[in-house]
Design a binder for this molecule. Structure first.
Ligand SMILES: [Zn+2]
Length: 188
């Protein structure tokens, strides 16, 4: 009986944890600490803004970590932001890297920063295609966020360029997300 309860407990624990993919924490990519932290005004937020990094892509943790780190350096040193702009980044290695994380206001899409999470897929998708494992990681992260109440249940998925004059997130990525269920063709 005790063993049965133990197995049931482990099973339930697995069910809860199975909703969310592993996320490489800031310490996992040697992030510099944020200069300042502001929380989202609307939390859980109703928008997810998808970006690309418009850089080379990366296919292993060994390649992706320096790329994430270089994006943080550029956002802090060149753009003078307090931290890496995005809430999460996803490599061509299929790993999710924590940027500002959940509930924190990002710097990635001016009209939406207060009420969205910004997720950046590493690569240039005007030229290349996003990797399948990269898209799967994005889907898993969105599923996790919705089922753990970190984004609104009826969240809207948009590409950066829908409200700003930018090619971001690149046509090859945009063409994928616009077929996904929560995509909003006319964001407000
Ligand atoms: Zn963007």
């Amino acid at each position: 009986m005790m063993y049965f309860r133990l197995i049931l407990f482990i099973f339930l624990l697995y069910q809860v944890s199975a909703k969310c993919p592993d996320i490489i924490s800031r310490s996992g990519w040697n992030a510099s600490p944020p200069g300042d932290v502001t929380f989202l005004r609307e939390n859980p937020p109703s928008y997810i803004v998808v970006h690309h990094s418009a850089t080379k892509s990366c296919n292993s943790k060994q390649d992706c970590i320096p790329l994430v780190k270089s994006i943080q350096n550029s956002h802090i040193n060149d753009k003078k932001w307090s931290d890496i702009g995005y809430n999460f980044l996803i490599g061509g290695d299929g790993n999710i890297y924590e940027g500002r994380g959940w509930g924190i206001r990002g710097a990635h899409s001016v009209p939406y920063n207060k009420r969205s999470l910004g997720i950046c897929l590493l690569g240039n998708f005007e030229i290349d295609n996003p990797h399948n494992n990269q898209l799967k990681a994005l889907e898993d992260l969105l599923y996790c966020a919705r089922t753990t109440n970190k984004i609104s249940e009826n969240y809207r998925l948009i590409g950066h360029g829908q409200r700003s004059s930018t090619l971001c997130p690149g046509k090859n990525l945009y063409n994928v997300i616009k077929t996904w269920p929560h995509f909003d063709p006319h964001p407000q």
